[in-house]
Ligand binder design. Structure first.
Ligand code: FE2
Length: 394
């Protein structure tokens, strides 16, 4: 997590003369969040990082919001959506509010323009947390490369220029875009930021950029910059991965959901036990295979809960969800505020004699402001899901 990291070459002191091997001056950039008050890194560029040769508006990617419909539980099978696009253009936005934007993508193409040139991407207004459901590859960034596999969370702070490359260009992702920084919860850190012993992970579980590739190269390069819902194209006459060295606390990282160490109890533990990350007005939780609820009198499935002031989104990544009617791998449910949810009819009775172990793998996002559905989500919603709690007279 954002502990100090250094890659490549940096000068002995900040703000001092720094030259490359050919005696050319290098350009220092403070790359930071929350004005000059948040975490930051210091980068050294071959080229002027503000330079561009041409600027165009590419267009809006604002999702269409669905009209108001009855307030009920929702379920979609995201795998039923058509695959396509690249790791950026293939994103299909399902739910939004002022804090987060939740999307899925199943790309089948690399990040390449119609003219055949690769393009680079920068999300200028949102931090990204990308859950890799299927596929493997490399996240290439101006701050170095991170290899990824299934089950990885990839964190890309806003402003990082990147290319997401899947092996054979095929993958599947669940993407959280946040209007502010995404962090490890404070309850897992000591006053110095170090992870505490009760945290469900440790610093060595977070994979930092492993290779810094410095391209001191002139030519024509395309950078797509997203600011809120608009995408702009900046044409550069230098390769945007021109950083010769950097150090600081702000950089992309990867964390595997398989490295999340679950906490379990003799009786059912609350969802907050599974918290993994936090962002502005939302949390991310990881549900991973574990022993559960081993007291003979324990009810080994969740109790009903009314999330009166939050919206609960679940992305089902792996495991056996046969006990949850209609849920499949790749399903997404939304249990909104104002109505209770819990085990479906008959599930509690069936659970009592079941093995006290679960093989579930799921990512949960709880938002504290209401989510709006996009028309895409509304169109593929399973209207029968909300009736799955209805039971015959007992
Ligand atoms: Fe829940």
């Amino acid at each position: 997590m954002p502990s100090y990291h250094l890659m490549g070459k940096v000068p002995r002191k900040r703000h001092m003369v720094f030259r490359d091997n050919e005696d050319r001056l290098l350009y220092e950039e403070i790359f930071g969040t929350e004005g000059f008050s948040g975490v930051y890194s210091i980068l050294y560029h071959h080229q002027l990082p503000a330079a561009s040769r041409d600027n165009q508006i590419l267009g809006s990617v604002a999702p269409e919001i669905a009209p108001l419909s009855p307030h009920r539980h929702r379920h979609i099978k995201a795998k039923a959506l058509e695959q396509g696009g690249d790791p950026v253009t293939g994103r299909r936005i399902l739910m939004v509010n002022r804090d987060v934007q939740l999307a899925v993508a199943a790309p089948t193409a690399p990040m390449v323009l119609e003219n055949g040139d690769a393009y680079f991407y920068k999300n200028g207004s949102h931090d990204e947390l990308v859950f890799i459901h299927e596929g493997q590859g490399t996240l290439e960034t101006m701050l170095g490369d991170i290899d990824f596999v299934e089950g990885d969370y990839l964190y890309v702070p806003r402003g990082v220029i990147y290319q997401l490359k899947f092996r054979e260009d095929i993958g599947r992702m669940f993407i959280i875009e946040a209007s502010g920084p995404i962090n490890v919860p404070k309850k897992y850190r000591n006053p110095f930021g170090q992870l505490l012993e009760h945290a469900p992970y440790w610093e060595r579980d977070f994979r930092r950029p492993a290779r810094l590739q410095t391209h001191d190269q002139r030519g024509t390069f395309y950078l797509h910059l997203k600011l809120n819902d608009m995408v702009y194209q900046r044409t550069l006459d230098y390769h945007p991965f021109d950083v010769i060295g950097w150090d600081g606390h702000l950089y992309p990282w990867a964390f595997s959901i398989h490295d999340y160490e679950p906490h379990a109890g003799r009786f059912h533990v609350p969802p907050t036990t599974h918290q993994t990350f936090e962002g502005p007005n939302f949390v991310v939780c990881s549900f991973v295979p574990r022993q559960i609820d081993w007291d003979p009198q324990a009810v080994p499935i969740p109790y009903f809960h009314s999330n009166l002031d939050s919206e609960e989104v679940m992305y089902y990544a792996a495991g056996n969800y046969a006990a949850r009617r209609g849920i499949e791998i790749g399903s997404i449910t939304l249990h909104p505020r104002g109505i209770a949810h819990g085990p479906q009819a008959g599930a509690m009775e069936a659970s009592l004699n079941a093995p006290r172990v679960t093989n579930e793998l799921a990512v949960m996002v709880d938002t504290f402001n209401p989510l709006e559905l996009t028309t895409l989500m509304d169109t593929i919603d399973d209207p029968n899901y909300t009736n799955s709690w209805t039971q015959e007279e007992r």
